[in-house]
Ligand binder design. Structure first.
Ligand SMILES: N[C@@H](CCC(=O)N[C@@H](CS)C(=O)NCC(=O)O)C(=O)O
Length: 211
């Protein structure tokens, strides 16, 4: 059987995106614990897998890869199971666009500027207010491209949904985030459908298991 390893830890948005793709393909894999914020820093050997010291890193049958979008597209291309991108060029371009907008405009805004900022206590309200305006733009952009069903692109679950879900899993845990999602009914319906996937249950963040 092919040997598949994900390096990273369970609290990471990007590690969860890769794990979601593997779970949706019903692939078996190992998760090797790497904590980029550990007091002692990263193990030196890890930088051979990821020269920028981020997580996740990935290895499949000796083939090493980093950068989450590259990893999930590779998983979709190589692993058996349901296709996680549409078959047509426009649909695939839309999935790529959404993955990129999430990386560039949603991750830092919704996870670090809102969820982590609130979790720290003594939150910087100016930073949060600015982030909430950007989060609203993200949601409108996602709604603009959603199809008739719950999914972000076309009529089936895709890598776009898997790239968004862990970001929203943190964001919705704040009062601000939950309220913003409620004001975007299509996003709320998307979240309900996505969070009901067994892949989401199999990859819960520790914080989701304690409350
Ligand atoms: N562009 C990278 C981003 C990965 C990333 O930012 N991962 C976070 C954890 S979710 C990380 O490693 N943070 C550690 C740090 O910023 O030093 C990817 O797509 O894989």
């Amino acid at each position: 059987m092919a040997d598949t390893t994900v390096y990273g830890y369970r609290r990471s948005v990007y590690v969860r995106i890769v794990r979601l793709a593997l779970e949706e393909k019903a692939a078996s894999y190992r998760l090797v614990e790497i904590d980029p914020f550990a007091p002692g820093g990263l193990p030196a050997a890890y930088l051979e897998r990821h020269p920028f010291g981020r997580i996740p890193a990935f290895e499949h049958d000796g083939f090493r890869l980093y950068e989450t979008g590259a990893i999930t597209r590779y998983i979709d291309d190589v692993f058996p199971g349901p296709a996680l991108r549409p078959g047509d060029a426009k649909g695939r371009a839309r999935v790529d666009q959404i993955m990129s907008l999430l990386d560039n405009h949603a991750y830092r805004t919704m996870v670090w500027d809102v969820f982590v900022e609130r979790a720290r206590g003594g939150a910087d309200e100016t930073r949060i207010a600015a982030a909430m305006a950007r989060a609203d733009t993200c949601m409108r952009a996602l709604e603009d491209h959603a199809g008739d069903g719950p999914w972000l692109v076309g009529s089936g679950l895709s890598l776009a949904d898997l790239h968004a879900a862990p970001i929203f899993a943190y964001f919705r845990r704040t009062g601000d985030g939950a309220a913003l999602i409620a004001r975007h009914p299509r996003i709320a319906a998307w979240w309900a459908a996505t969070d009901a996937r067994p892949s989401m249950a199999a990859t819960r963040f520790p914080v989701e298991e304690t409350a």
